[in-house]
Ligand binder design. Structure first.
Ligand code: ATP
Ligand code: ATP
Ligand code: MG
Ligand code: MG
Lengths: 257, 257
């Protein structure tokens, strides 16, 4: 069975894509085969990792509205990236129409869960990058994931977003929230009061929180412009080292060089 | 007629809510009556401007699914805030269900446009804070707006978001994109190469761009935590002064003290 992680938060711009790409980057650098699935119609992970002008292939949309012929598989939709071991199922703007077309049809919340049943093409990990909206794609990701990683920007408005995210998880009957959910403080700037305040307030939430935090690091933006996960470009940068520590917490059995 | 501005971008976390609250803050400080409509189920503007524990009132959801009795009006849904002249139509998580319930029904794209026809309760300006997703709420906001203000974070991934936002505007037959759309560079950090690169690349887009930019300023986050628009709390801060300049461009007839 592949290990499936959903990277989700209803608040926009908190570092979901940066977290998904960075964790996938470390796993592939450490020799694992990783599948990154871009569930955001915005396609940030796809823009980050696809060479410009890459030909349009399928997206998970095909799993929901299969065309005639043999049903598509997730492994069949995967494309290699410039990093060995890291494959991507790209996003497509058409994903934005899924809620209108099939949001009300029964069973639509388990499409991804079924596609991930069994071994998906020998990937040790599947990482789901989620859009910042409560719709069919997020519901699918939360139903399919073994763990939910919730990046939370260390500032006031983002804490309100965490309240709603936890309420959504409870609504989805993820009773084992304690065991399955990990809050990851991101965009932490130790010089600002707002960041430090926020870290203190996170203590009060009834959910597991990673003891570290991802610092603000402009190298992440530069990595996106260069089309490489940060661990492949600047593995000793502040944010890359923080993501390595996060991975060590998520996968204690991994041997870290 | 009230002037209607939509603050929209499909990319998350680029400063839409910060821009909406700051422009509304300046207008109300300059003596105008302003209505801020929170169209984001996430409710960032509502969290920012409502006192904790404010009782739940209606949201624009009631315009789409009116309960029995007299149909609700936008002015009737408005609530005063701590700032004189600035009223808010709050958001509600139930807004996230609109696409599933009535996305496919004809005419659903013009509900807000109809609610804004004529004078809305003597407000000189109505500002629409949009969610980062292409759905019925964004479609309504773009159909109802006189101008569309597109905050764009000055970094690589956000430029891809701008491509999609402009494609969406064209899809909505807003032929007068040149006249009605204004790109506002946000989160500009003059010390980083990514920010400066981005500003140069924005020159190549076929859309009007504001000549200034909103600098990174942690006062904005602190203002959110204090529940005040930045112009009411620190009108001489870097970001507040930049938003004042933006307002002078949008409303040249306004007398700036
Ligand atoms: N640790 C960090 N240091 C500096 N910049 C960061 C960091 N993490 C993320 N960013 C930047 O913040 C912005 C938002 O990050 P990202 O796109 O990963 O968030 P997101 O939650 O996936 O957004 P969306 O809601 O649009 O999916 C990007 O410009 C990214 O480069
Ligand atoms: N000029 C700025 N300087 C510093 N921080 C800023 C600035 N503008 C926005 N921010 C911060 O960036 C984060 C995202 O801003 P904001 O919530 O306004 O974006 P948004 O586009 O409305 O996000 P969403 O997609 O979730 O609606 C917030 O934490 C906000 O405080
Ligand atoms: Mg993202
Ligand atoms: Mg917002």
């Amino acid at each position: 069975m592949s290990t499936v992680w959903a990277i989700a938060n209803l608040k926009g711009g908190v570092g979901k894509t940066s977290t998904a790409v960075s964790l996938a980057g470390w796993l592939s650098r450490l020799g694992r085969r990783v599948l990154l699935v871009d569930l955001d119609p915005q396609g940030s992970a796809t823009s980050w990792l696809s060479p410009p002008g890459a030909e349009d292939v399928g997206s998970v949309f095909d799993l929901f509205q299969p065309a005639a012929g043999a049903p598509p598989t997730l492994a069949g939709l995967a494309r290699p990236t410039a990093c060995g071991g890291l494959h991507l199922v790209p996003a497509d703007p058409v994903l934005a129409t899924l809620d209108r077309h099939c949001g009300a049809r029964p069973g639509m919340g388990l499409v991804l869960h079924q596609a991930l049943a069994g071994r998906v093409g020998r990937y040790s990990h599947v990482i789901l990058d989620c859009p910042p909206v409560l719709g069919i794609l997020l519901v699918n990701a939360l139903a399919a994931a073994d763990r939910v990683i919730v990046p939370v920007q260390t500032e006031f408005l983002a804490l309100r977003g965490l309240d709603r995210m936890l309420a959504t998880l409870r609504m989805m009957h993820r009773h084992r929230i304690e065991a399955e959910t990990l809050v990851v403080p991101t965009l932490f700037d130790r010089r600002t009061r707002a960041s430090r305040h926020c870290l203190e307030r996170l203590q009060g939430y009834a959910v597991r929180r990673w003891a570290g935090q991802i610092p603000v690091d402009t190298r992440l933006r530069e990595a996106a412009e260069l089309g490489r996960p940060l661990p492949w470009w600047r593995p000793a940068s502040r944010a890359a080292l923080a993501y390595r520590q996060l991975l060590a917490e998520l996968e204690p059995a991994l041997v870290m060089p």
